[in-house]
Every structure is written in C-alpha cells, then in structure tokens.
Design a protein around this ligand. Structure first.
Ligand code: PGA
Length: 635
C-alpha cells in the first residue's frame, strides 16, 4: 500500500471514529443527568448507594463527555495525533472490556453509551465497540498518516474552546434541563394520545406505559389525562435527595393553582411512597400525591424535584427546580406565556453553529494562511536560498571504502551535475584522502565534529584548524549522537561553533527534540533553547556561515521520517525564531536542512516544503546510488 493510500484509508477511519466519539460526548453533554442516572444504575449493581445528582456521578459524566469529545475533535483535526490515537486505543480497549461484561452479566438493559439519544442493546454496543476497537488499532498503528489541519498554537485554541464550550454546556444543562430532550416525555407530546391511541404517531413507549396511582393505589392516569385544562406535576424521583431550595415557589404555585382551579399533584416514586409524609414534614406540602415508577419519573423531568405542566393531556412545559416559574396569586397568570418562556431555549442548530463555526473558521483561516502566505512568500525566498544535500557518514567505512565511495559519487555527480550543493561529511581520518578524489566545485567536504579547544595538550582531539587544513570546508556540530553519547552541552557547542567559524569552516548545526519531548508538545521549546544556547552570541555576519539541520531524534536511523508537514512546521518555526534573533533577512537566507530517515523515496516530498532547503543524510549517504537519488530530488 502506498503512503497516500494509507493516508486516505486512515482519514476515512478517523472520520468515522471521530463522528462516533463526538456524537457520544455531545449527547452526554446535552443530557448529563440522563448519563448520571445510567451510571448510577451500574453503581447500584455493585451495591453502591448514590444519588443520581451526586457530585461523583456528575464529575464522572463530565469527564467521560469531555474525554470522548476531545478525542473525537482531535482525530477530526489531526491534533496531537500520536497521543490522541494511543488514548483512543486505550479508551476503546477499556470500553470493549466493559461492554463485553455488560453483554455477559446484563447489569442494565442498554449500556447508555449515547445517553438517551440513541439506545443500543448490550449486544449491539459490543459489536459497535469491537468495530471501533479495530479502527482505533489501525489509527494507533500509524498515527502520522492522519492529516493535520492546525498548527500547534491553533490546536490549543481548538481544544480549549471545545472543552470550555462543552463544560459550559454541561454546567447549564445540569443546572437547568437538557437542551435537547431525548426522553419520550418531550415537551409537545400528547400523553393522552399515546395512552388512548397506541397506534398513533405520538405513541412513545414510556408515554403509553405510564401508570399513575393515587393514595389508594387506584390507577388514575386515564382520568387525569382526559381532563381538559392545565395540571402541574411536581416530580420527585428521589424524595430523600430532593432539593428544598425551591419550596416557597412550589407552595406559592400550589396556592395559585388552588385559587384558580388548576390541578397540582406531587408525583413520587412508588418505591418511596412512605416518604410522602417526610416531604410534607419538610416542606409543608398540602397537595395530593400520585405515585409512579421511579424510572418513569426520572425520564419525565431531569430534575429533583422537577415540574411538568400538562394541558389537555399534552406536555406543554418542564422546569428544573433551579428555574421554577414565579406566579403572583393576586393576578391571573398567563400559563401559556410561562410555558413559552420555559420552552424558549437555544435550538440545537444554533448550539451546533456556536460550537462548529469558530472551529471551522480556525481551520479555514489556517488553510488560507498556509496556502498563500507561506507558499507564495517562501517560494520566492526559497529560490534564493542555498539548497544543500549533505551526507553524514558517521562511524562507517574504513579509509579504502570511504575513498571508493567518494570516488564513485564524484564520478556520478560529474557525469550528471546536481541541482543543489552537495557535501559529504566523513570521519577525520578520511578527510585528506577524500579531498584528493573529489571535484570541490561539485562536492563540498566536511568533518563530523571538531574540538572545543583551539590547540594544545588535548590527546585524541582534532581542532577546527586541523579540519580546515585537510581541505574540508564544513563541519557538523551539535549532532544528537554527540549530545547524547559524548555529553556535548550547549556551552561546549558554543565554543566549537566559534572555533569553526574562526577557521573559516561553514557550520552545519544540528538541533532536534527526542520522542518524549515531542509527545509532551515541547519540540518548539527544545529547538529554541538549542539555538539560544549555542548560536545566540553570534553576529548576523557570523550566522550567515551557519547551516541549520533540524533532526528530530526519534526519526534518526529509525526509519520513522517526520511527515513533510511536521518538518515544514518545525522549519517554519525555526526560521521565525531566527528572524526574531538575527533579523528577517538572515532568516530568509538561512539554509535549514531536514535530517532523519531521509531516503530517495521521501526526499522529494520533504524538499517540496517551502522551508525545507535540503537534507542531512545518514544511512542513505553510505550508498552512492541512494545518495544520488536524494540529490536528484531537487531536479
Ligand atoms: P539517518 O541519520 O538519515 O540515518 O536517519 C541522519 C543523521 O543522523 O544526520
């Protein structure tokens, strides 16, 4: 499979997984109380006694919704792809295990993964999760195949905006009522129609199966719903936990109803019938009570207590206890207006627009910037900058092999002139001999290191002056292998850079982050510090003799190339940093090479990026044909 095909498949899979996760997270945020009730059903299976509105369930719901939504968004926009796909995989492993258990143990009828928005049986959920697990594994296998739509900074903006939006939505829906009612007891539905005409369109299961009993245990739903005019139901799904803060308003409303001949009932869970006396004690309630199944009451109004207004057997409004209507007993209240006010919530379309449009705008702006400013401006500058392909032989080849390789390359490049500068950096002992077999007009020569001292009693060291005296014109400094294995610090490298420049060597200065730093999103910070630590004392004139090589350490010799987009993003950042220190002109003229598993097969794509001016090639520079293949990427 080609890289492109892989990327197309990954994108399609990511879109499907993202859509599922976004829907799942968003549905929970629209009706968080519904999710709390579901989680509580699991908790009580394990013998935990919690109130539906307990803080722990609210936090668990919020965390789950935020996690799902953020993962979905990140997959969609290609944000922190490694971390996101790995987390999605872990999440799906956990969820699949959980649903396997729910499938076997059957603790609840439907698992609640999409809240009330879409009910799946436990078997369907298990099947869905197995498919999602396979999809998540695919994505985690090659996360960088996903397209990345935003830069690092804009990723933070997108994540913060979406998380804040979702958190605010949940705070609102917890405090008031769900913005979208997924239950059968939706405002506008006729309970009468459902009850007496089960064949009708309005016959939703919960409505049709509703049973209301009076104090004597007589079923009264028929008579109640056949009555014309208004009736209030104060729903108490969990009397012991019900909030009493609204009691004065409830009692005022009841007084008003009594004065105006409007029905008003408390509706308490059958299982808690004995708590009626307790409620009367606590609140001085004078209204009559009906009972029903607690699950029904929980579905009726997502609040404890909640208020439902029925007119001619049809649900016309619902209120949370935080938001009860106020009536003045002296005047006739306009219940229609009160209902209209209660139903005047933000529409789903508007809500989605508020969520999606800013994110869409961010992506569009980013694309336009990428397309125009980078491409056009840099294309112009790129033409002027020196393009280089440099080989880094590292500790490979003995003298004879090295000379043979240099000779072969020299012949190839003299027969077919390169379209870019070519440099080979060899071990010290090769330098003088290689200098003798190459045409310096076509191939530049460089060392892989030099001492941080000018001369003297430093056994085994090779000074910049010695390097220059072999005929070499370049030196690689700051390579990650030297930093990691030979403890070369920014301070030591500063000395080396100064000595190299003082001896008229062009410096190829390497920078780049290790895997953990990239995973922590610190790559920009790392390269900025590497530049600052060793190069910031130079003048702009000195800096003109420095070629930078961005080499992500996780890509060196591992076969894992950074994608062209990743390389471009880093190169652009490096150029911007250089502009900040040495000025725009120095930055525009600075050659920045990419290094790390660069091969003939990926060089063209990498070099096509506006800020990538060539490559520093390790493994692939050890074979003349491969190295030439990379050089030819400039043709
Ligand atoms: P690589 O090495 O091309 O073998 O990954 C690059 C380098 O270390 O300069």
């Amino acid at each position: 499979m080609t890289k492109r095909q892989h990327s197309i498949i990954s994108t399609c899979i990511a879109l499907a997984v993202a859509a599922t996760l976004l829907f799942s997270g968003f549905a929970k945020a629209l009706d968080p109380m519904g999710m709390c009730i579901k989680l509580n059903a699991y908790a009580s299976y394990f013998g935990l006694q919690l109130a539906d509105s307990s803080l722990i369930l609210q936090l668990a719901t919020a965390a789950l919704a935020l996690l799902e939504f953020t993962l979905g968004l990140n997959l969609l926009l290609g944000i922190r792809r490694r971390l996101t796909t790995a987390t999605t995989l872990v999440f799906m492993v956990c969820m699949t295990c959980l649903t396997l258990w729910t499938f076997i143990a059957d603790p609840v009828a439907d698992c609640g993964c999409f809240g009330e928005a879409l009910k799946l049986t436990n078997g369907q959920t298990l099947a869905k999760n197995i498919v999602l697990l396979a999809a998540a594994s695919w994505l985690a296998w090659k996360p960088l195949a996903l397209p990345r739509l935003l830069t690092e900074r804009n990723q933070w903006i997108a994540n913060t905006y979406a998380a804040a939006f979702l958190a605010a939505l949940m705070a609102y829906t917890f405090h008031r009522l769900p913005l979208v009612d997924f239950t059968d007891f939706k405002t506008g539905r006729s309970m009468r129609e459902a009850l007496f005409n089960p064949e009708s369109e309005e016959s939703y299961t919960d409505l049709a199966n509703l049973i209301l009993c009076d104090a004597e245990g007589e079923m009264v739903q028929d008579s109640l719903l056949l009555e014309d005019g208004y009736t209030f139901l104060l729903t108490l799904p969990d009397e012991a936990e019900a909030d009493e803060g609204c009691i004065d308003q409830v009692n005022d409303l009841f007084d008003y109803c009594t004065d105006h001949g409007i029905g008003f009932f408390g509706l308490i869970a059958q299982e808690e019938e004995e708590n009626i006396a307790d409620w009367i004690d606590r609140t001085g309630a004078e209204y009559s009570f009906l009972t029903s199944e607690s699950t029904q009451i929980k579905a009726m109004v997502r609040s404890n207590p909640g208020l439902m207004l029925i007119k001619d057997g049809r649900i016309v409004a619902k209120w949370s206890h935080n938001d009860l209507p106020s009536v003045d007993t002296r005047h006739t209240a306009d219940l229609e207006a009160l209902s209209a006010a209660a139903n005047d919530r933000m529409s789903l379309r508007k809500l989605l627009a508020w969520l999606c449009l800013p994110l869409l705008l961010l992506v569009v702006i980013q694309s336009i910037i990428n397309l125009f400013s980078r491409h056009n401006l840099n294309k112009k500058h790129k033409k002027m900058r020196k393009k280089i392909v440099a080989g880094n032989w590292k500790m490979n080849k003995n003298l004879q092999e090295g000379v043979a390789l240099a000779t072969e390359l020299n012949e190839l490049l003299n027969a077919d002139k390169p379209n870019c500068g070519v440099v080979i950096c060899t071990p010290f002992i090769h330098l003088a001999s290689v200098a003798g077999v190459i045409n310096k007009d076509v191939i530049g020569l460089g060392a892989e290191n030099c001492a941080d001292k000018a001369s003297g009693a430093y056994t085994g060291e090779v000074s910049a002056e010695m390097v220059k005296s072999t005929g070499a014109d370049y030196v690689i400094l700051g390579h990650s292998e030297r930093r990691a294995y030979y403890g070369e610090t920014a301070e030591i490298l500063k000395e080396k850079v100064n000595l190299a420049l003082a001896n008229n060597l062009e410096v190829i200065f390497c920078i780049g982050e290790v895997l953990e730093e990239r995973e922590a999103g610190k790559q920009n910070e790392v390269v900025r510090q590497q530049l600052e630590g060793s190069l910031y004392d130079l003048t702009a004139e000195q800096f003109a003799h420095v070629v930078l090589a961005y080499e992500p350490v996780w890509a060196i010799g591992t076969g894992k190339t950074a994608t062209a987009e990743q390389a471009e993003e880093m190169h652009a950042f490096i150029r911007q940093t250089i502009a900040g220190k040495f000025g725009a002109e120095a930055a525009e003229n600075c050659t920045i090479l990419y290094g790390g598993s660069c091969k003939p097969s990926n060089a063209k794509e990498l070099f096509s990026k506006p800020d990538v001016d060539g490559g520093l090639i390790g493994g692939a520079s050890l074979k003349a044909a491969d190295f030439k293949g990379i050089i030819d990427a400039w043709k």
